[in-house]
Design a protein around this ligand. Structure first.
Ligand code: KG4
Ligand code: ZN
Length: 340
């Protein structure tokens, strides 16, 4: 018998719900919150309020799209953390009440594990190869940057992580410095397509092992621009595309260097990327190049499953459902990473 899982994601500024029939997606609805754009970043209190407004309409349109009725749902999976507490509380409370009303179990999901498990989501019309265990996953989002050794669906070990800013933050902050807008990653990616990645050189961090650091890069970018703007106030305007291409290349080079090191150290050549920054086109190119040069078997998530979405929460919920790994109604969200 098939299992229907409703997934709910509300950890940051996207309200999302999804329904899976086993591992196949039936519907994945995401309501973005435009309210944060004018502030150049996510305002936590506004995010909680927007989740509160969006959650019921998002659930309703998900059920409609999936063409199923509430009573067919077997369990509700929700993001327990990490994320913004006020935002998480909306999703967690909704999941509890919805499940209580239907008399079905709830399943807590870790947002970072879910980004990785997004690789196991199948689309009916477009089946995808899934990574075999063990594999390595570079999880790169607005809040996290990690190289994870994935031994099984829920057996994951962090081999390296950022000691300061996340890769997504590096994109967002570089964009803010250039006054391009928020979120910065997609904008930089877009402008970089018309730019020369070799135009400017920025110093790369020198961090031991498999860890990352991006705060120095941000500072050197800031000082570089401050000096150039003194000479030419239009420097950013005149060089926007080259600046975007160069900073993007630096970030991607840094990410790839440690990923290669991790592959060498573990002897694993099945390599996945996950999280919002895994939508980056230069990172895709670098992965494809590594696949050709180093013989990696690479796994790049489809765009909609790279950035925050509830389908990834539902797939993690599905694998927990198979193990009957349910949560009880006293569960509360966590803001900092517990499992990864
Ligand atoms: O995973 P995600 O949607 O949310 C978090 O869990 O943080 O990641 C959001 C991050 C933001 O920093 C955003 O700028 C970045 O992902 N991002 C990108 C791209 N699309 C989103 N960074 C680089 N290139 C992109 N195309
Ligand atoms: Zn995320």
């Amino acid at each position: 018998m098939s299992v229907y899982i409703l997934g709910i994601e509300s950890s940051c500024d996207d309200t999302s719900a999804a329904i899976l029939k086993d591992n196949v997606i039936l519907a994945n609805v995401i309501a973005n919150q435009d309210v944060h754009r004018q502030y150049g970043g996510v305002v936590p209190e506004l995010a909680s309020r927007a989740h509160q407004q969006n959650i019921i309409p998002v659930i309703e349109s998900t059920l409609k799209k999936a063409e199923i009725e509430k009573k067919q749902i077997d369990a509700v999976a929700f993001t327990r953390g990490p994320g913004l507490l006020g935002s998480l509380l909306v999703g967690v409370s909704f999941a509890k009440s919805f499940a209580l009303g239907l008399g079905i179990p709830i399943i807590e999901v870790d947002h970072l594990q879910a980004h990785i498990l997004a690789h196991f989501i199948q689309e009916k019309e477009n089946p995808q190869p899934v990574p075999e265990f063990p594999f390595l996953c570079l999880t790169v989002s607005g809040g996290h940057t990690q190289i994870v050794l994935v031994k099984d669906y829920f057996q994951m070990e962090i081999l390296g992580r950022t000691i300061d800013d996340a890769a997504g933050e590096a994109f967002d902050k570089a964009s803010k410095i250039m006054d391009l807008g928020y979120p910065g990653g997609p904008l930089i990616d877009q402008f970089a397509k018309e730019g020369n990645p070799e135009a400017f050189e920025f110093s790369k961090p020198n961090i031991p092992g498999l860890d990352y650091s991006f705060s120095g890069l941000k500072t050197s970018f800031l000082y570089f621009l401050r000096d150039r703007l003194k000479e030419n106030p239009d420097f950013i305007l005149e060089n926007r595309n080259d600046l975007c291409a160069s900073i993007q290349k630096t970030i991607v080079d840094v990410l790839m260097e440690k990923l290669q090191k991790a592959s060498l150290q573990t002897g694993i050549n099945r390599i996945a990327i996950a999280g919002g920054v895994s939508a980056n086109s230069a990172l895709h190119d670098a992965m494809r190049e590594a696949s050709q040069k180093l013989g990696w078997k690479i796994f790049i998530p489809r765009f909609v499953y790279s950035t925050d979405n509830a389908a990834m929460i539902a797939i993690a919920g599905y694998y927990k459902f198979l193990k009957k790994d349910f949560s009880d109604q006293t569960v509360t969200p966590y803001s900092r990473s517990r499992l990864l």
